[in-house]
Design a protein around this ligand. Structure first.
Ligand SMILES: CC(C)(COP(=O)(O)OP(=O)(O)OC[C@H]1O[C@@H](n2cnc3c(N)ncnc32)[C@H](O)[C@@H]1OP(=O)(O)O)[C@@H](O)C(=O)NCCC(=O)NCCS
Length: 151
């Protein structure tokens, strides 16, 4: 049974967060980027889902003026499709709404059906296209935007 909590990411989580990032993405972030987000970036809103000391999903977002930019979200491969990513996103959006966020946006690979479905489920809609956005394969990014106030 899933029995996890959602809480702010801490420096102690970073080893497991970096491991999830590296297994989930073809262009993972340098570990120092996560360290910067957690310790030094006042715009960062970093969340994890934790079950019995194990990090099972992570989300990094930037809160700028009245926008929440979802920078990264990933669920550990052993815990995919069990609602964790959705709950993490919901938590980040709810918290940002309380802080005054009006909109949220993100970029997603056009081939990433799982993520696009997740975002659509939350009401994000396609609002633009960034050509040749990803350095590894030149894939385009879809820009998706959500009106947080109306959601
Ligand atoms: C995208 C991701 C974070 C979703 O996490 P998750 O914990 O599996 O998501 P959930 O179980 O909460 O699923 C929520 C919804 O997302 C969609 N979804 C998730 N996985 C999917 C899949 N494999 N295929 C199609 N839709 C999927 C569905 O709409 C799902 O709702 P449903 O289960 O009611 O149909 C996860 O697939 C992941 O870590 N992918 C690798 C990293 C990544 O690509 N991140 C996004 C970068 S933009």
């Amino acid at each position: 049974m899933m029995n996890y909590v959602i809480r702010k990411m801490t420096v102690e989580d970073l080893e497991q967060v970096v491991a999830i990032d590296q297994i989930s993405f073809t262009l993972p972030w340098p570990p120092r980027s996560f360290h910067f987000e957690v310790t030094d970036n006042p715009a960062s809103r970093c969340w994890v889902a934790e079950q019995d000391g194990k990090i099972i999903a992570m989300l990094v977002a930037w809160f700028i003026v009245d926008e929440l930019h979802i920078a990264s979200i990933a669920t550990h491969p052993d815990f995919l499709r069990q609602g964790v990513g959705g709950r993490l996103l919901e938590h980040a959006l709810r918290s940002a709404k309380e802080e005054g966020a009006l909109t949220s946006f993100l970029e997603v690979r056009e081939s990433n059906d799982a993520a696009i479905n997740l975002y659509r489920k939350f009401g994000y809609a396609e609002s633009g296209h960034r050509e040749n956005y990803y350095a590894d394969n030149g894939e385009d990014a879809i820009l998706m935007t959500l009106n947080i106030v109306a959601s």
